[in-house]
Structure formats: C-alpha cells, structure tokens
Design a protein around this ligand. Sequence first.
Ligand SMILES: Cc1cc2nc3c(=O)[nH]c(=O)nc-3n(C[C@H](O)[C@H](O)[C@H](O)COP(=O)(O)OP(=O)(O)OC[C@H]3O[C@@H](n4cnc5c(N)ncnc54)[C@H](O)[C@@H]3O)c2cc1C
Ligand SMILES: *[C@@H]1O[C@H](CO)[C@@H](O)[C@H](O)[C@H]1NC(C)=O
Ligand SMILES: *[C@@H]1O[C@H](CO)[C@@H](O)[C@H](O)[C@H]1NC(C)=O
Ligand SMILES: *[C@@H]1O[C@H](CO)[C@@H](O)[C@H](O)[C@H]1NC(C)=O
Ligand SMILES: *[C@@H]1O[C@H](CO)[C@@H](O)[C@H](O)[C@H]1NC(C)=O
Ligand SMILES: *[C@@H]1O[C@H](CO)[C@@H](O)[C@H](O)[C@H]1NC(C)=O
Ligand SMILES: *[C@@H]1O[C@H](CO)[C@@H](O)[C@H](O)[C@H]1NC(C)=O
Ligand SMILES: *[C@@H]1O[C@H](CO)[C@@H](O)[C@H](O)[C@H]1NC(C)=O
Ligand SMILES: *[C@@H]1O[C@H](CO)[C@@H](O)[C@H](O)[C@H]1NC(C)=O
Ligand SMILES: *[C@@H]1O[C@H](CO)[C@@H](O)[C@H](O)[C@H]1NC(C)=O
Length: 592
Amino acid sequence: MVVAHTSALSLPLLFALLGAFDRVRGTGVDALLNTSTKGLKSNFFDAFDILNITVGGRLHKALPFERPCFSIVEGKHVNVSEAACAALQANYTNPVYRVEHFGAYMLPQWETCQASNFTNGCLLDSSNPSNPLAYEGVNCRLGNVPTHYIDVKYVEDVQAALAFSALTGVRLSVKNKGHDYKGRSSGRNTLALWTTGLRDISHDDSFTPEGCSLDTTYDTITTGAGVVTQDVYEYADGINRTIIAGYHQTIGFSGGYFLGGGHSILSPVYGLAADRVVQVKVVTPDGIYRTANECQNQELFFALRGGGGSAFGVVIESTHRTEPRFPVQAASLKFTPTGTDLADWYSLLVHNSLQWANDGWGGHIVGPTLLHVTPLLNNSAAQASMQPAVDFVKARNGSVVIEELPSYLAFFNKYVTAAQAAVGPELELGTRLLPSSFFSTDSGRAQLSALIKDTLSFASPYIVAGTPWLYKPLDGAAGETSVTPAWRDAIWHLSIKWQFQYNDTLEERVEGYRTLSAHIQKFRDLTPGSGAYFNEGDVYEPDHENSYWGADNYRRLLAVKRKYDPLHLLDCWQCVGWKGEDDDLYQCHIKL
Ligand SMILES: Cc1cc2nc3c(=O)[nH]c(=O)nc-3n(C[C@H](O)[C@H](O)[C@H](O)COP(=O)(O)OP(=O)(O)OC[C@H]3O[C@@H](n4cnc5c(N)ncnc54)[C@H](O)[C@@H]3O)c2cc1C
Ligand SMILES: *[C@@H]1O[C@H](CO)[C@@H](O)[C@H](O)[C@H]1NC(C)=O
Ligand SMILES: *[C@@H]1O[C@H](CO)[C@@H](O)[C@H](O)[C@H]1NC(C)=O
Ligand SMILES: *[C@@H]1O[C@H](CO)[C@@H](O)[C@H](O)[C@H]1NC(C)=O
Ligand SMILES: *[C@@H]1O[C@H](CO)[C@@H](O)[C@H](O)[C@H]1NC(C)=O
Ligand SMILES: *[C@@H]1O[C@H](CO)[C@@H](O)[C@H](O)[C@H]1NC(C)=O
Ligand SMILES: *[C@@H]1O[C@H](CO)[C@@H](O)[C@H](O)[C@H]1NC(C)=O
Ligand SMILES: *[C@@H]1O[C@H](CO)[C@@H](O)[C@H](O)[C@H]1NC(C)=O
Ligand SMILES: *[C@@H]1O[C@H](CO)[C@@H](O)[C@H](O)[C@H]1NC(C)=O
Ligand SMILES: *[C@@H]1O[C@H](CO)[C@@H](O)[C@H](O)[C@H]1NC(C)=O
C-alpha cells in the first residue's frame, strides 16, 4: 500500500477533507492522521472505522455475489444458504436481480482476478447455474470485487472517500450499475463508491443551465447517477416526453453511459447521450462539488461528454434534453439461415444501411435478427424503405413485422427487453466504428462485405446502427463533446464477442483476449483513422487515445485530467491520463 504525502495534497482537497472529517473531530480523526503518516498497515481497520462514521455508517464490506452457493469462502468452511442460492441460480442472468447486488457485475469475469493463475473468483456456470461443478468443494474468493464500498447518498460521502484515499493511499473505484465491459468499475483492494442509490428524477420544461443567461432554455430531465434506463424511459413517457437512451433496462443513465458517449437506437436522429447532456453535477477529484455546463467549467463539461469512466470525477446527477413523445415505426425481421444466407444477408445490410440511416432508422442486428426503429417515416414509407430486407427474409420463410407503435416506451417494452444483450455470461467485446465510405461506394461495400463473410466462421458481428448520422450538434460550447469525431461519419458500430467459461484457465483467458483482438484488428486495418466506442471497446484496444477520442480531443482531455486529478485518485483502465497497465489498480487485468 502506498501512503500519500499530505504535503502533496492540493488546497481544495484539503478543504474538502477538513469539511468531510469535521463531524468526527474528537472521535478519532487525529488517530487517523497519525496512522496515515506512519503507514496504515497495522491500523487499517481503525481508518475504515473512522471513514464509516464520516459517511454515516454507509461503509460496507463487500461479499462475493455468489457466496450463498459455496461451502468454502476465502478458505473458510461456511454453511450453504439453500434458499438464497436457489434465488441466485434462478436469476443468474437476470439484470434486474444482478443490479441490486454490489458484488455482482453484468460481465462477471470482472468479479474475478483474471490475471491470477487459477480461477480467483466465485462464479457459477452461466450456461447452467445449477451445475455443481462450479461450486461444490470450490473456494469462493472475492477476486476483483472491491473490499469495501460506500453506499453513496451525499456529496460529502464522495468527498470523504477522496480525502481518505489521498490520506491512506487506499485506491478508489466507482461503480454504478455494473455494466462495464472493461473492468473499470471493480478493482481488487479498492474502496468503491457505489452511486446506485442516487435515484432522484425531475423534469423542467424550461431549464437554464446554472450561470447561463435566461434565454438559454431546454426541456430537460435531471436524473441522479443511479437511475436506470427503464426508469427514465417510463418517467419521460409519463410526462409525455421522449428521452434518448440505451438498449438495455438496467444501464445507469447518468453515469458511465453518457460519460463514455452513450449510443441509442434513436441516436441517428437525436444524437449521442453526450450530445444531449446540458449540465453535470460532479465531485471532481480535488474534492470540490462542481457544476459543469456550456456557461461554467466548460473544459470539464467537454471532458464529461465522452471523456469517460470516472476519470474526471464522481457524477451525482446530470441533466439531459428531451424530445416530444412521438410514434415510431418498428421493423422486426428474423429467419433461419442455411448455406450462404448469412453472408448474403450481411451483404444486403451493407448495401442498404446508408439509405436506412438517411431514413432515420436505428437498431441492432445480431446474425439473422434485425430490430430497427425510425421516428421519421410513416408506416407505408417504412415498409418501402425496408423492402429489400423484407423480400430477403420472406424468401426464407422468416418472420417480418413492420408496425407503428405510439411511443418509444411502447417499442422498448414490446421488443427491447426481450432482445437486449445478455448479462451473466462472461462476455468480452471488440468493436469498430465503420465509416460511411464503406456503405456509399461499391469498393467500400465489397470490402466490408468480404471481411464480414470471412469473420462469420468465428462469429456473427453484432451491429449497432446507433451513430449520430443525421444529428447536427448544437452550436458552440453547447455542442462540444470529447468522443472521437469518427462517430460523426460512422454508419455502424460493429462488435464481435468472445465468451469465457467460468472455469477457464489463465491460458484460456489469454487465448480469448488474443483471439478476439486479432479478429477486430482486421476491422481496424480496414478502417484506418476511424475509432471505437470507449464503453464497448476491446479491453486491449491498441492506441486507445486515438481510437476513443482522437488526438485533438485527447490533448484537451489530458489537460483537464491533470488539472483536477494530479494525485490520480480516480484513474481507471485506459481512461484519460492513466498511468498505464502496470499500476497496481489493475492487478487483476491480465497483461497480455
Ligand atoms: C448488456 C449491456 C448493454 C449495453 N447497451 C448499451 C447501449 O445500448 N448503449 C451504450 O452506449 N452503451 C451500452 N452498454 C455499455 C454501457 O453504456 C457502459 O458499460 C456504461 O458505462 C454502463 O454504465 P453502468 O452504470 O452500468 O456501469 P458501471 O460498470 O457501474 O460503470 C461504468 C463506468 O462508469 C464509471 N461510473 C459509473 N458511475 C459513475 C459516476 N456516478 N460518476 C463517475 N463515474 C461513474 C465507472 O467508474 C466505470 O468506469 C451496454 C452494456 C451492457 C453490459
Ligand atoms: C499520535 O502519535 C503521537 C506520536 O506517535 C502520539 O504521542 C499521540 O498520542 C498520537 N495521537 C493519537 C490521537 O493517537
Ligand atoms: C459501518 O457502520 C454501520 C453502522 O454502525 C455498520 O452496520 C457497518 O457494519 C459498518 N461497516 C463496516 C465496514 O464496519
Ligand atoms: C452451520 O450449521 C450448523 C448446523 O446447523 C451450525 O451448528 C453452525 O453453527 C453453522 N455454522 C455457521 C458458520 O453458520
Ligand atoms: C429472481 O429475482 C426476482 C427479482 O429480484 C425475485 O422477485 C424472484 O423471487 C427471484 N427468483 C427466485 C426464484 O428467487
Ligand atoms: C501460481 O503462481 C504461484 C505464484 O507465482 C505459484 O506458486 C503457483 O504454483 C502457481 N500455480 C499454478 C497452478 O500455476
Ligand atoms: C403529448 O405530446 C404530443 C406531442 O408534443 C402532443 O401532440 C399531445 O397533445 C400531448 N399529449 C398530452 C396528453 O399532453
Ligand atoms: C407517408 O410518407 C410519404 C413520404 O413522406 C408520403 O408521400 C405519403 O403520403 C405518406 N403516407 C401517408 C398515409 O401519410
Ligand atoms: C417456405 O414455405 C413454403 C410453404 O410452406 C414451402 O413451399 C417452401 O419450400 C419454403 N421455403 C423455404 C426456403 O424454406
Ligand atoms: C470446466 O467446466 C466444464 C463444465 O462444467 C467441464 O466439463 C470441464 O471439465 C471444466 N474444465 C476444467 C479445466 O475443469
């Protein structure tokens, strides 16, 4: 454990620290300061006890999510809890269940210490959670789950944690709903800030960002960091508005999602979440609670609009523009492929996707399944636009529905909750933003179709048509985001995936990462100068600064990081300004 030197603390942090610890003066803070200057090893728990008082008893020790099924936990024999284990097994791949548990991550390899040469975690077999081989006689370990977490309720909780980290050298992680694909919300031996409980939602039909002149107004919804997609969709619908958000029920709306960019299947018309956020309230790593928008802290605001992860602070709430409630046309197509069907299908998709993007369609394609939506067409125009795909699917006796639904919520509830990406299996992604030239020119279409055809023997690419193709950013600072400019010219955000098994050996995990990287590398080679989506990129994305942000944005982002986080209190994997993979914070990430 590294002990920070108090002399290196910035002045604002010291003020925050004094404020945060004010309530506990005389109850042991002097002892904490004492131990911190000597090194905490011997008094580790004293320090956590003091922190616990400071945060009103909301500090908890983390436990492995799956432990009710195990009779050995951290080497100790314990009693299996049959009822809790049965509930867990029944719900192992249910996001609504997982999201309630601190120790659960949607991609559970991040609960484990993957760099370990054995299975250092506590997983069930996601393909059969009742498989006793996963838990009988197996030692359940905490793995990569943080040892402690604060159930964040107040700004002061975050300030206390930052001060604690600066004083003791205990590293921090920030978790919200646990959907991270890159292991940025867990971390062995970290103290986690769990922002899941910040659930306020409110509407303002003429919101003026703080510090702006009163003629700047937006119709907005403000959500606490812990509000999930499903809840914000329902709230918006209830006030006769539409909110633009992700393709999954339990993603946090005001946390990692918009911080990394945030795509929606309505993004082709309405932009990314980073385009639509108008104000963020955030505790920066120096301990100050700041408001960032187009009129104040503009560089921080820029950084929070795509710069990603927790690198620039802990978000307490954010405010996003809404749209009127509108009807949508939905297209749901599927068939059973035989022979060369799949390659022909992807080729057809490549040939039509530019037109579809121009028609406002956004959606997901997984092998022979397409689910798209457009707010721009009426039903007969939607039928005509989709005709080439409809003909293809009907010729193979597949199913086709093209229907109008009264609202995006109606569409989401009818189709998306059944189609959203799986959680529970140990999935890893590699992704690439595919520029329009691969859809608008004969040679581009031929090259892309050929590469997809080659890839099919490995995996069917998962296509997100969710790039801001028709969207025009607002003028000036109101429209500035830090996502890679490659988003603006892309038609598809393409991904391929790899699934680990609960009992993979270190060699098998290494092999998985290498294999996936090699496949996505072919898409990088095809599209030099394009980029990838930070939230869903390859864990080992090469040249990630250019890939996720582009060189110009990265320079600005790095300046913001250095200004607010000189002590690296809120670093994360491949986040802006990280110290690199050898930082102890990433001890469970395999070093390929
Ligand atoms: C099944 C699934 C479907 C997805 N679908 C989409 C989609 O449709 N569109 C899309 O754009 N993305 C999608 N994603 C990716 C998703 O947006 C990101 O993983 C996002 O970061 C998840 O947010 P979270 O709160 O669940 O994640 P967490 O794992 O809790 O956190 C993710 C990152 O954000 C940071 N963070 C979380 N909360 C805060 C906070 N309050 N302040 C500062 N930093 C914070 C964490 O430190 C971490 O770096 C999907 C992911 C999954 C697993
Ligand atoms: C702090 O340390 C000093 C010297 O080690 C000791 O005399 C003093 O009693 C300690 N104070 C507290 C509050 O523990
Ligand atoms: C923090 O305090 C609360 C309330 O006293 C207690 O229930 C909890 O166990 C404490 N947490 C830790 C990690 O000791
Ligand atoms: C386990 O169960 C046995 C029998 O019911 C009980 O005696 C024992 O105390 C329990 N052990 C723990 C660790 O709870
Ligand atoms: C699964 O989780 C849901 C939601 O948390 C819960 O209502 C249900 O009881 C769980 N299922 C079982 C079999 O325990
Ligand atoms: C794992 O690594 C440890 C320490 O390097 C070593 O002692 C142990 O033998 C290794 N175990 C296996 C299964 O390779
Ligand atoms: C909802 O909004 C739409 C579009 O703005 C409007 O036409 C409609 O009258 C509104 N309905 C209600 C009940 O307010
Ligand atoms: C549907 O939209 C098309 C194209 O805008 C238009 O020509 C047509 O008249 C519309 N049909 C109906 C029924 O509104
Ligand atoms: C589709 O179904 C029809 C009628 O059942 C059948 O004649 C035809 O062979 C089928 N075609 C395919 C490609 O399966
Ligand atoms: C991993 O689990 C599977 C399914 O339970 C089992 O068949 C296989 O033998 C296990 N592999 C190892 C190396 O234990």
